[in-house]
Design a protein around this ligand. Structure first.
Ligand code: AMP
Length: 238
């Protein structure tokens, strides 16, 4: 089977990183999270990190050129048999076009663009209750009823991202609507978009995503099977 090359396209807080970690256990793929890469640069106080910090803390996007160069380097380093999962990239049409060109050069077509869908209020609620492990970046949800102090994965310290504060959350949602949500139409046009209902617990959502991925991995030379699969996914998600 060909490697699975995925994009998770959705607003911040929809559960992309949680699902990415689960998917990496099911498929041999590398998770490329531009947000995690940038946070590592900020933490290490590199030139790139220092330049990106202000934009990140205020919920703005970092410049396309910087991001595209970062992703290109990671993709070039992957073994040809290894798939990838892009989390948080592309976020603008310029990035999507640059990605198309990169993947064409590398001979690595996208398998599917999974779009987890969730009500806006639930997205905002999830973001406000999110904490990240300072050491391994695993996300955890906290609430007064379920207080958690350390990372379940590695025992590391949990921190709230500076951009998960309410005023910044609002800005990030606005930027998502303006700059990133048009990418759904872009990938729909390319017949790669698989919308998935992201309501429910993470295992349920994971199973829906796996179903969508498997449907899209059907051979391209079977267009009828593919269109049945797409209809089935759409019905399943209603
Ligand atoms: P995330 O963890 O994906 O929510 O990303 C955190 C922040 O990093 C975003 O709010 C942006 O400031 C920046 N960032 C991450 N990915 C990108 C991207 N593809 N393009 C521009 N900025 C990005």
């Amino acid at each position: 089977m060909e490697p699975v090359n995925l994009i998770l396209l959705g607003p911040p807080g929809v559960g992309k990183s949680t699902q990415a970690a689960l998917l990496a256990r099911r498929y041999p793929l590398a998770i490329l999270s531009t947000g995690n890469m940038l946070r590592a640069e900020v933490e290490a106080e590199t030139e790139l990190g220092l330049a990106a910090k202000a934009a990140m803390d205020s919920g703005q996007l970092v410049g396309d050129d910087v991001i595209v160069a970062m992703v290109r380097k990671c993709l070039e380093e992957l073994a040809p048999s290894q798939g990838f999962l892009l989390d948080g990239f592309p976020r603008t049409t310029a990035q999507a076009a640059a990605l198309d060109a990169m993947l064409h050069d590398l001979g690595q077509p996208l398998s599917v663009v999974v779009q987890p869908l969730l009500e806006r209020e639930e997205v905002v609620r999830r973001m406000a209750s999110r904490r990240l492990c300072r050491r391994c970046s695993t996300p955890t949800s906290v609430s007064p009823e379920a207080p958690v102090e350390t990372c379940r994965s590695c025992g590391g310290e949990l921190i709230q991202r500076p951009d998960d504060r309410p005023e910044v959350i609002r800005k990030r949602m606005e930027i998502y609507e303006q700059q990133t949500s048009p990418l759904a139409a872009y990938y729909q046009e390319a017949e790669l978009l698989a919308p998935v209902n992201a309501q429910g617990d993470q295992t349920e959502v994971f199973e829906r995503i796996v179903t969508a991925i498997e449907m899209y991995r059907l051979p391209h030379r079977l267009p009828a099977a593919r269109s049945i699969a797409v209809n089935r996914i759409n019905r399943y998600n209603r």
